[in-house]
Design a protein around this ligand. Structure first.
Ligand code: WTA
Length: 662
């Protein structure tokens, strides 16, 4: 928790979520589930042995004899074994006679732009790309920066790096040249893989120009491999830039993989975070692959005829773990979609699901709330009966969105699986199991089998049911980060110093009366109002429970009387239709609603109606900036914002609001 100071207050998180509904899986769904309730006890009896057994289902060149070596806070898993991640993800499925299985139904944003890629195709593409990288001089351990749209070559690029032991470091394609350069420099990358651009939101969004600009400050970069996707004109640096299609043509179609030690670095993923300098989170090979393959298989109750769609970008950990490594290690069929949710109409996703028979959809609450705002008519026009499981990731999902997702998208039949995890954890950590858990809307429910968590107070003491505190992970797990690139001290300080011997992810949580886990947002998003410790998630949950509200962000700002006061920023479902006089009434309604649903202490001092909220490009609300606005401070770093204009717009609203008040 760099830059984050947790309060010294030894006060419980207010626990008053107005949510009592429970949704067990249907008897039919439960009867077909792959695992039974005994899985928890089996894993808990000897978690390390349980994970080791799972690890053995990967393809090892040299089987491991050692499992966990724990020298806190540094862990190794299976470190005397050797394997090649791309072999477990691709070659072995072809070798098993499943080469004709479709790995990806790729859907480009422009209508009709579609390619099906089988495991045989994927193996050939990865093999050629591995040769191409080697011919450019990329060697094991070298870092390769990747900055790409959602096209098949992005998956191929990652697997080709893994195949030759190079460490990929993906920067989300929406980030600026500056952010890209910062990551290239920190990682010491000498190679970049990119594209001329990609199609998003109905237009060609360029990528190559940002790379060219970034490289002005990154003289160590030797080659840039460029996929032609949009056909846009690009600047070309002779000797440095290489067209993907040209070099691939001349490469052999088969490639003999070399095995690497299980602890060989697989990738870096920079967490932009909501504060501070990005951290290069390091993941290694054997443990990570074990974690993501196992969680994907069990957590989504994998069936042979499933078609999975993780609707996330490859530039985030979700794309790494649950588009590339977890699903491919299981040899499944997936959808890979290039564009935005409204690329080609607001029903684009529902058309894709219907046409390709998607059975499992995995997305983020912010997207679900956008769909709610757009209205039921869009999914309503499509036959979505192929769906059987719905997943959520990235933020606490408010109960209303959860219930909407389940009933409108899932037809009331599909379990909603809320998965709590982080870039740092590598894979899922806290979640219901779809065929077993009677889920509560908004709750992440329980630790995944083989994972040990706790909720503790500020002194690190486990809280009783019905109480809140900080989430901690109490034992090392196979997918855990192995460090922060180039900064072991920051690793120790950030994650392992808050509670001795335990990993602190920075999230607040509570255990309800049944012992089920609810995530309450980041601890730095908590506030202390008149002696009450309040979490943003609870107050926001209450506000979005109001029928007129689409989305809300709440911050605590300093207040002479109460220490901190609640300020809420709210977007409405039908923004255009609220007349000025109704707006005032609505604001009062929302304030009263919060006071009654959460606690009177949470009564917002101000409610600002705004057409939009500042979000990172992965959809997380940047409350830090809203705090700056609310406290009239100079704005912090806005480079990771999806739309930097939003903050100054809200600033304007805030000033107008305060002028009205006075
Ligand atoms: C938040 C994304 C509540 C949390 C996989 C975490 C969640 C941070 C959930 C990590 C969830 C993610 N419920 N909060 N289901 N999933 N978070 O690294 O605060 O982009 O610490 O990884 O997102 O974000 P990251």
């Amino acid at each position: 928790m760099d830059e984050q100071t947790r309060g010294e207050h030894n006060i419980e998180v207010e626990v008053d979520l107005d949510e009592f509904r429970v949704f067990p899986p249907s008897a039919e769904f439960a009867s077909r589930a792959n695992v039974g309730p005994e899985i928890y006890a089996e894993a808990a009896a000897d978690p390390v042995a349980w994970w080791a057994e799972k690890a053995r289902s990967l393809t090892w060149e040299t089987p491991f004899t050692r499992t966990l070596e724990w020298d806190p806070p540094f862990a190794t898993w299976f470190d005397d074994g050797t394997l090649n991640a791309s072999v477990s993800c691709v070659d072995r499925h072809v070798a098993a006679g499943r080469g004709d299985t479709v790995a990806f139904h790729w859907v480009g944003e422009p209508e009709g732009d579609r390619v099906d890629i089988t495991y045989t195709d994927l193996l050939e593409r990865v093999s050629r790309a591995a040769h191409a990288l080697e011919s450019m001089g990329v060697a094991s351990g070298d870092r390769v920066a990747v900055y790409m749209p959602m096209i098949p070559e992005a998956v191929v690029a990652l697997l080709a790096c893994a195949r030759i032991g190079a460490v990929h470091s993906v920067t989300f394609g929406g980030f600026t040249a500056e952010a890209l350069a910062e990551r290239i420099l920190d990682a010491g990358a000498e190679f970049v893989i990119t594209a001329d651009g990609g199609f998003k939101g109905g237009k060609a969004a360029a990528l190559k120009p940002q790379v060219d600009e970034a490289l002005l400050t990154c003289p160590a970069v030797r080659n840039v491999l460029v996929v032609r996707r949009t056909g846009a004109d690009v600047e070309w640096v002779e000797g440095r830039d290489v067209w993907w299609h040209e070099i691939m043509e001349t490469q052999p179609a088969t490639h003999v993989p070399v095995a690497f030690p299980a602890e060989h670095p697989l990738f870096l993923m920079y967490t932009s975070g909501t504060t501070g300098k990005p951290k290069g989170i390091l993941h290694t090979t054997g443990g990570y692959l074990t974690h993501v393959a196992t969680t994907f298989e069990i957590g989504f109750d994998l069936k042979p005829d499933d078609v999975f769609w993780t609707a996330a970008d490859i530039g985030w950990i979700t794309g790494h773990s649950y588009i590339v490594y977890g699903p491919l290690a299981n040899g499944v069929t997936q959808v890979l979609y290039e564009g935005t949710p409204d690329g080609g109409g607001r029903d684009r996703w529902w058309r894709i699901i219907e046409e390709l028979g998607v059975t499992v959809l995995y997305t983020a609450p912010t997207v679900i709330r956008t769909f709610m705002k757009w209205g039921e008519q869009h999914p309503g026009g499509h036959d979505l009966r192929c769906l059987r499981i719905l997943g959520s990731v990235g933020e606490p999902i408010n109960p209303d969105a959860w219930v909407w997702y389940r009933s409108i998208i899932g037809g009331g039949r599909c379990p909603v699986v809320d998965t709590w995890w982080q870039t740092e954890t590598g894979g899922w950590m806290v979640m219901p199991l779809p065929g077993l858990t009677a889920s509560k809307p908004g709750a992440a429910m329980a630790a995944f089998p083989g994972i040990s968590i706790d909720v503790v107070d500020d002194n690190g003491v486990s809280v009783a049911n019905g109480h809140g505190g900080s989430l901690v992970i109490t034992a090392p797990w196979p997918g855990m980060l192995r460090g922060i690139w180039g900064d072991p001290e920051r690793y120790r300080q950030t994650y392992w110093s808050e509670f001795e011997g335990r990993y602190f992810p920075g999230d607040a949580a509570k255990r309800d009366e049944d012992g089920d886990i609810w995530l309450l947002g980041r601890v730095d998003d908590e506030m202390y109002v008149a002696g009450h410790r309040l979490s943003t998630a609870e107050i926001e949950g209450a506000i979005v429970g109001h029928p007129a509200v689409a989305e809300a962000a709440v911050v605590g700002v300093s207040d002479e009387e109460t220490g901190q006061a609640v300020v809420a920023f709210v977007t409405l479902r039908q923004a255009g239709e609220v007349a000025q006089k109704h707006a005032a009434q609505l604001v009062e309604d929302i304030r009263a609603h919060v006071a009654s649903v959460v606690t009177p202490a949470a009564l917002p001092r101000q409610v600002i109606l705004t057409p939009d909220l500042p979000k990172t490009r992965s959809g997380k609300i940047m409350r830090r900036l809203l705090r700056d606005v609310a406290e009239h401070r100079a704005m912090g770093d806005v480079t990771t914002l999806n739309d930097p204009g939003v903050v100054s717009m809200i600033d304007g609203l805030m000033v107008a609001h305060e002028t009205d008040d006075s």
